[in-house]
Design a protein around this ligand. Sequence first.
Ligand code: SAM
Length: 234
Amino acid sequence: MQAQTTAQFSNSIMQGDCIQVMHGMPANSVDFILTDPPYLVNYRDRDGRTIQNDVNADWLKPAMREAYRVLKQDRVAIMFYGWTKIDAFFDAWKAAGFQPIGHLVFRKTYSSKSRFLRYHHEQAYLLAKGRPPLPKRPLADVVDMPYSGNKLHPTQKPVAALAPLVRSFTLPGDLVLDPFTGSGSTCAASLLTGRRYLGIELDAEFHEAASRRLDRVKERVAKRSSPVLIPTLR
Ligand SMILES: C[S@@+](CC[C@H](N)C(=O)[O-])C[C@H]1O[C@@H](n2cnc3c(N)ncnc32)[C@H](O)[C@@H]1O
């Protein structure tokens, strides 16, 4: 794919392998990355739904290398990860050039699994490219994560937990990238907070679900920002 400008990518969800799609993007072209890659756990939910690339880690290093390349200098990425595969994720982030500068715990009111412990949290690293400025009012690193309902995707993240992260690390109009879009939760959080988004999703069905979802969010945003009609006085 030829290198294209970010204007061509912004506010769209592309279907394809994020390694190839990002490879076609200019370096230093996105303001923030907020993504939830496969956790490498061969996940299958009660309905039998699975996630592509959740078994092998072949994609991990090349994807992180491209993510680092397309992120602007002195900006941050937030990446969820599977705690059982922390070694592989950390290796890939460090090899790409990312520096860990924070760690987030997303506290769930429900447990998603029970083994030696009941699973009540998700987790993500805050990663830097260069030396990002400190936020004026830093967020707490423990975030409440309500149940999303998982209607559109087996591991759908709730917009309510993502929107504050987008607000904290970007300005209105900035471009937010999610290379592992799933049902488009990061893209929805970005649009609802006045940012631009670019999603990439490999799976055709999830890509379709995310695209339809973002159409609905665009309608909501358009209604919200349409001018109030003042009745003419006669
Ligand atoms: C954990 S899910 C993301 C769920 C998302 N956070 C949501 O709220 O719906 C990871 C997604 O990455 C997609 N994926 C896996 N490998 C990919 C690749 N190489 N390029 C793009 N998407 C990929 C999977 O199909 C899956 O939908």
